[in-house]
Design a protein around this ligand. Structure first.
Ligand code: PMP
Length: 338
């Protein structure tokens, strides 16, 4: 019989999928390369790449004694990291409290509650120093006896989980032939851990960050953007500034349009940060094709599923509200985002 005893054993070892139709390559390069391979992280059991960091951060806290049996995990998050932590916590018998601002959708809060986590909602309209602010409430909860705060923005086990799992997977799955690695940057854990591993294996591997226009990584000052999970208005400790060779800036419009193309042309229902990273990878593939680099092997990491964004990226009204093209008049999607 072939089975596992814990859902946690299903984390990682995600497949690489070749992208083709959405690349718009014509002629020989469409057949011969560059090869663009997507690392499909929504196939993790919690539905995102964050299952990896949740496991590693919790295991390290158990080993150091920071998290004791029956303890409580407190993290200010409403997204994928929360789901990963809630899933691992449940498997290991810990309680979870997530603190999130009131702007976070009820759907997202309900997902966390469905895993048995407690969700504390804080008003957005108060200053950071206010006792009810998101920051103060999470700090207060995290200072209770038995509580532990992973803090994905400063926890070295975030990038380390990628150095130890995702990086080696990408290297082995490409037989060491990878030439370029592309990922969106949020905490920076993904790009820093995978990038460092790949460069240790072969210093020639180029590491490319994809970043929403306005975020600090591409030289912005934190101007608002709508794509979720990526871009920052500060430099987190988990981001290693020495790893990326280049940052490609992508607009919200291109990120969303390409996210929709991935669903229609590759049957990949992924989130906006995946569309953003894949759009940067597509640009890179076009550059390499123009240089005749048919030997290039590009891997792009797609962090999560599009199911969490059906009322946003995949909703025509929402897109129109922000002035983005919906592409509904174009069945092939070919002109969208171009
Ligand atoms: N995409 C999504 C949807 C995310 O939740 C995150 C994590 N914030 C990222 C991309 C970026 O990954 P990282 O934090 O490892 O840079």
């Amino acid at each position: 019989m072939d089975y596992v005893n814990s859902l946690l054993e299903l984390i990682g070892n995600t497949p690489l999928l070749r992208l083709q139709r959405s690349l718009d390559l014509t002629g020989n390069e469409a057949e011969d390369g560059p090869l663009l391979l997507a690392k499909v992280e929504y196939l993790n059991p919690g539905g995102s790449v964050k299952d990896r960091i949740a496991t590693r951060m919790i295991e390290a806290a158990e080993a150091s004694g920071a998290l004791q049996p029956g303890g409580t995990i407190v993290e200010p998050t409403s997204g994928n990291t929360g789901v990963g932590l809630a899933m691992v916590a449940q498997a290991k018998g810990y309680k979870c409290i997530f603190v999130c601002p009131d702007k976070v959708s009820e759907d997202k809060r309900n997902v966390l509650k469905a895993y048995g986590a407690e969700v504390v909602v804080c008003p957005t309209a108060v200053a950071p120093e206010h006792p009810d602010s998101y920051y103060n409430v999470s700090d207060r909860l995290a200072s209770q006896p038995g509580a532990w705060k992973p803090d994905q923005y400063s926890n070295p086990n975030n990038p380390r989980s990628h150095y130890e799992t995702t990086g080696p997977e990408v290297w082995e799955q490409t037989d060491g032939k990878i030439t370029h690695f592309v990922a969106g940057v949020g905490t920076g854990g993904t790009i820093s851990g995978i990038g460092r591993y790949l460069k240790e294996k072969n210093p020639e591997v180029q590491v490319i960050g994809a970043d929403p226009a306005g975020s600090v990584y591409s030289g912005g000052s934190g101007r608002p953007y709508l794509v979720e999970g990526v871009g920052e208005d500060f430099w987190p400790e988990t981001y290693d500034r020495t790893v990326a060779d280049r940052i490609i800036e992508v607009s919200d419009a291109d990120s969303f349009a390409f996210t929709r193309r991935l669903a229609r042309e590759e049957a990949l229902l992924v989130g906006g940060s995946s569309g953003m990273a894949a759009y940067a990878a597509k640009q890179l593939a076009a550059e390499l094709a123009a240089e005749g680099r048919t030997d290039a092997v590009i891997v792009v990491l797609l962090p999560d599923s599009g199911r969490g964004y059906l009322t946003k990226v995949f909703n025509d009204e929402w897109l129109s509200t922000y002035g983005f093209s919906t592409g509904t008049d174009d069945a092939s999607g070919r002109t969208v985002g171009e």
